[in-house]
Structure formats: C-alpha cells, structure tokens
Design a protein around this ligand. Structure first.
Ligand code: MSP
Length: 648
C-alpha cells in the first residue's frame, strides 16, 4: 500500500502562522506514522504564488511579484525544518514543470469541450480568489473575509463543472471515506443538492497578468484554483513518472474547512474532465483560534511557529497541537494551554515515568536492562499496551490524533501506577524479592520502548533521545518499525542504558507570566523584538511600522545652537509649533532651511540636546559629497503638502 499525503500549498501573501504549522505538522506526523507502519509514503507541501492577492501583497511591499514570492516562499521553506517537518517535495506554482502541466491539462479539458467562452457578471471576493454566488453571502458579505464582494462583468472562460455534478454525488455516496470527518461530507452533499454552476476559470490579462496564460488564448491567465489544485499531480510527475502510478491511488489531501469547496467540488470534477482517477481521501480540520478569537493580522494576535519553537521547543509544539485539537473541530491556542500540557503530560507523566524508571535501572541493576523472572501480576500492563497499540493504529490511521494520544497517555498513567503498586524500592530491600524486582523493572523498560516507538511520528526528536537513553542503536527495528516492534517483550536483557538529560524540563508558570507581561509591554511600546523570526526576515511588521508617526513639517525659524558646530535649532509647524534640534549645521545654513517642508518622526520621546529640548527627529538621507565625505540631505515631499500631514 502506498500513501501520498499533501497539505494545501499556502498563499505567499502572508507569512507562516500557527494555522499553516498545524496542517503541516499533521501531514508530517501522518507521513511518519505510515512509514512506521512500513508503508511507502510521499509527502508534499509548497506555496501558491499566482493571483490577485499576491500582486496586491507585493505592491504593498514595493516589490515585483517575482521578488516578493521568492522571499515569502523561502520563509515557508525555512520554517518547516524548525518544526522537524521533512517533505519529499516543496512545490511552487511558479515551478516550470508545474506551469507546463497546467497548460497541458487546460488544453485537454478545452479539447474535450468542457471549457467554453462566455460573458459573465458576478460578485468577486479577492480574499477567496473566486466569484461567490448569492446564497453564499451573509448580510451581503463574504462570510470568511467580511467584505462586500465586487461586482465584475467581463468575458471569460468557463469550466463545465455542472456536467459532472451527478457523477460527483454518486462518488461521494459510494465512497463514505472520500471526505472525512463526516460533517464535511454532509456539508458537501447538501451543497450539491442545488444545481452546480459552471466555474469561471480565467482572468483577462488586462486585469491580472501574474498567472499562467491559457494555451488556447493568451489574452487570459488561468484562475488560481485551476492552477493551484494541479500541484498535486505535478508533484508526483503526472502523467509519465513511475511515481505517479505508484502514489496517486493513495492520494490523501489534508486541508482546513476554509477550502473545502475547491477541494471537494472543483478538484474532483476537474479530474473527471481531465480523465484522471479521483484522489483517495480528503481530510478536513477546523480552525485554530487564539484566546477564543479568530487569528488575524488586523487583530494582531497571529501566532508565529518560530516563536513557539523558541519558547517551548519543537516537540512540545507538535504534541500540543495534535493533542489539543479534536480533528475536524475548532481549537483554541493560548500560552497557558501549551504550558499546562507541557508541564502535566510531558514533564510530569511521560518525563517522570522515564526518569524514575531509568534511575531505578541505574540504582538497582547497574544501568543494565534486567532479565525478567516471571510475569505474574504484570499481565494488566501488557494488556493495556496491546489495547493502546490497537487504538493508536486505528486513531492515527483515521486522523484522530488526539484520540491516539489519549490512548498512549492512558498507558503512561498505567505504567506510573504500576510503579506505585509494585513499590520497587521496597522489593530492593529484600534479596529474596530480587527476581520480582527484575521483572517489574524489565516491564517498565519495555513500556518505555513501546512509548518510544509510538511517539516517534509525533515527537521524532524525543523518540530519538529516548532510544539513545534506552541504549538502543539508531537502526534498532524494535523502535523504528511498528510491525517489528509492537510485540511485548522484545527489549533484550543486558542492554546498557545511556545517560540523557531530563526529557521535558518543567516551565515555571510564574516566570512565564512575567515574561509574557514584559513582551506585551514591549509590543505596546513598539520595541522591535529580536527572536528567530525577526532574524530570519530582517523585517518589521506592519504594526511595528505603524507605531512610528511620520509627519510633514514646515520650518518657520532656524538658528545655530550656541557652542555647537553640528546642531541647528529649528522651529517647526506639525501643525502645532515645536522645537527640533537637528545635526545638519555642517550642511545647511539656517536661512537655507526656513520655509522648507521636511519629514519628522513626530512621536519620538523628547530629548535634551546641548540644553535645548528637542521634540522629534528630522529625517535626512546620508550620502557622499563630491569630496568623498559624508553629506546629509533633508528628506522632503514632492508637491505642496499641508504641515502635519501623515507620511505612511
Ligand atoms: N492557496 C490556497 C490553497 C491551495 S491548495 C491547492 C490557500 N492558501 S492559504 O494560505 O490560505 O492556506 C489555507 C490553509 O492554511 C488552510 O486550509 C489550513 O490548512 C491552513 N490554515 C490557515 N489558517 C488556519 C487556521 N486559523 N487554523 C487552521 N488552519 C489554518 O487557501
């Protein structure tokens, strides 16, 4: 059996956040789980780089679309290794092989008579990158983006999606697992009860030229969704590569509910029209909210994965997201929730089980896994392990990661109870109970081996550390392969343990609270934070930029500051009167600046310079004069602008 797991390819109009991280962590975990089961798997993620939204975002940054997409796509690619996500291909819609395949498929569908030219009037939502129909609107607005869509009338190409409506309904009904969880399958079927409209799949080049030109009419580019969805075929070399033949029948797409329609309706009908068999499954999850509110740039509560990794560690983040969200439903992120999970589940339950068991091996068995003597009274632990393995396989196979993790933690609790019930420290006091002590300790070590095995897809780094701690070689099959490792009792007595540091140090909640307070204070005062993401991008956020108040000011009076060669004292109007001290006396005579419009930072904390209070800072460009020496040139605005006007 093969599996081909994909994430959506993310728009490069925003930087990676917790939502993108979650989908990608889930896909990576599923990839690792299937491999652990001994299956042949391919995993793909990437970036979606054409369309209106991208052009808009590039313009905002003053970059050409190409420069802009390269920059943001790189940010995504650099983020995934921080989360220990390892894909087989990171695809970009600007990749040459992808653009070629989109043209091939468009031509094929056109030749098959499923693309036609027509005039169209519709309500277009830039956020969704699609025309919406009346019944999708709530109070006249797009429910996802809260904007009134634009009315657009133009001639365009259409995909005859309606032709495949019945075939799609039949497929969904005959394949109950095609769309999961069931609530999303029902949502799609109920949408399909109404007649399906054809899909507008082009944009005139006059309106948008950052896209793939239609092979049969180069006055148009193709619609982003027709471009983006095809990435799933490009990535495995459709049509000729052996990878396509090997992996397509095992294709499982993973998305959040925001893009259900394109994946559950456009994509299968596109595949039908192109004569390609349908993908196997679509897995749909809910949204991450932050402190009960939807994560959004404008609210300013966007959570960045790199910051979470810095604060809590990669494996904690992976575990937390998979455990906290019931797949299919919405979940809420808060730093309190992640700290609580780390301290309770990871440090207390799992971490303590590991450290207590290992320290007993060191204390009572010379650091070596002992030979068990009998199994009387231990069958409950062994049986719980078997139940855990069964539930784990089923839950992870069905994308119910939280349930799989609950089953694992039931076993962790059972093992912790087993220590309390058997009191190894009491057994150690009496030489006659040595065989029983060895048995108890062996069973604990065997439990840890199984935990290392099942936790590997979720927390690969922790699993490797546990493996090393248990004295097992890197290629030891009993901890890297489920079929080779799931039988109870495979740990070899005599194995010598290695020393490792605590698996999960506890987080001091009080310190954490103080740090958070400090961070909020810094954010509010607009201080730029360092941190991994800042270093990665070398940029400030829009919110940070907005904290700087730039205004146009008129200089009404200027004089030298006594006893200073460098400083001029300027009286300005912004529109209120202020005094500013500027280090420009080497380059400007006082009379030269009077009457000029300059740009000032108006909300800078006042400072005392040579006894004069300066209320702001004047902007100047630093350049070299003809003599090769530094020269300052005052920044100003072209044209007549009222003093006090904001520069943004
Ligand atoms: N480019 C399209 C997808 C094309 S796939 C052929 C797109 N991009 S996106 O950047 O908007 O990514 C949407 C996806 O990001 C969601 O489906 C989900 O996987 C992830 N998430 C974005 N925000 C999220 C949350 N707040 N919560 C959970 N997942 C979120 O749509």
């Amino acid at each position: 059996m093969t599996t081909y797991i994909t994430t959506p390819i993310y728009y490069v109009n925003s930087q990676p956040h917790l939502g993108h991280a979650y989908t990608t962590i889930v896909a990576d975990t599923y990839n690792r789980f299937r491999r652990l089961c001994g299956e042949d798997v391919r995993f793909q993620t990437g970036t979606d780089e054409h369309g209106d939204k991208i052009v808009e975002a590039a313009e905002k940054e003053g970059l050409k679309p190409r420069e802009y997409v390269d920059k943001i796509s790189r940010l995504f690619r650099q983020t995934w290794p921080l989360l220990n996500v390892a894909c087989d291909r990171f695809i970009r819609t600007t990749d040459e092989d992808h653009m070629n395949l989109v043209r091939v498929i468009l031509q094929r569908v056109y030749d098959g008579g499923d693309i036609y030219f027509d005039r169209y009037s519709g309500l277009y939502c830039t956020g969704c990158e699609r025309f919406l129909i009346e019944r999708e609107l709530v109070d006249g607005k797009c429910p996802d983006h809260q904007v009134v869509p634009r009315e657009i009338t133009e001639q365009n190409y259409f995909f005859r999606m309606s032709r495949y409506q019945q075939q799609l309904i039949d497929h969904i009904k005959n394949n109950p697992e095609f769309i999961t969880p069931e609530r999303y399958r029902n949502e799609v079927l109920s949408f399909l009860e109404e007649p399906l409209e054809d899909l507008c799949i082009s944009r005139p080049v006059s309106r948008l030229d950052w896209g793939i030109r239609l092979p049969f009419d180069d006055r148009y580019v193709t619609y982003v969704w027709f471009d983006a969805l095809i990435n799933y075929l490009t990535g495995i070399g459709y049509p000729d590569s052996p990878d396509f033949k090997r992996f397509w029948e095992g294709a499982e797409h993973l998305i959040a509910k925001d893009i259900l329609k394109p994946h559950a309706i456009y994509w299968p009908t596109m595949l039908m029209a192109a004569g390609v068999p349908l993908y196997k499954k679509l897995h749909v999850h809910g949204y991450w909210n932050v402190d009960e509110t939807k994560m959004s740039k404008s609210i300013g509560n966007v959570v960045r994965p790199a910051e979470l990794v810095d604060a809590y560690g990669t494996d904690t983040l992976r575990y937390f997201t998979l455990r906290e969200m019931s797949f299919g439903l919405d979940a809420s992120f808060s730093s309190e929730a992640i700290v609580a999970r780390k301290n309770a589940d990871l440090a207390n339950d799992l971490g303590n089980l590991f450290s207590r068991s290992v320290s007993m091996v060191n204390k009572y068995c010379d650091g070596m896994v002992p030979e068990p003597a009998d199994t009387d009274g231990d069958s409950e632990l062994e049986e719980t392990a078997a139940v855990m393995l069964e539930k784990y396989r089923k839950a992870f196979g069905d994308f119910q990661f939280h349930k799989g993790l609950m089953a694992i933690w039931d076993f962790v609790s059972m093992a912790n109870r087993y220590i309390v019930q058997n009191e190894p420290w009491a057994l150690a006091k009496n030489e006659a109970s040595r065989p029983r002590l060895n048995t108890v300790i062996y069973h604990l070590m065997e439990s840890l081996r199984l935990l290392c095995l099942v936790l590997r897809p979720v927390m690969p780094e922790t699993a490797s550390r546990m493996q090393y701690g248990l004295g097992l070689a890197e290629d030891d099959k009993t901890v890297v392969s489920l079929p080779d490792g799931e039988t109870w009792g495979l740990l070899v007595p005599g194995t010598v343990l290695n020393r490792i540091d605590v698996l999960f140090p506890r987080i001091d909640v009080r310190k954490e609270k103080a740090a958070k307070k400090e961070q909020t204070k810094k954010k509010e005062s607009g201080v730029k934070e360092g941190g991994r993401e800042g270093e990665l991008e070398g940029v400030i956020t829009f919110e940070q930029f907005q904290n700087v108040e730039l205004r146009v000011a008129r200089v009404v009076h200027a004089e030298r500051v006594p006893k200073s060669d460098r400083l001029l004292k300027l009286e300005i109007v912004v529109p209120e009167n202020r005094t500013i001290v500027a280090g420009i006396a080497d380059f400007y005579q006082p009379e030269e600046v009077v009457g000029r419009s300059v740009i000032v930072v108006a909300n800078l904390k006042p400072a005392q310079l040579m006894g004069v209070r300066s209320q702001g800072m004047i902007l100047a460009a630093k350049t070299k004069g003809e003599d090769g020496k530094d020269r300052l040139v005052l920044a100003s605005v072209a044209g007549d602008v009222e003093p006090g006007s904001r520069v943004a």
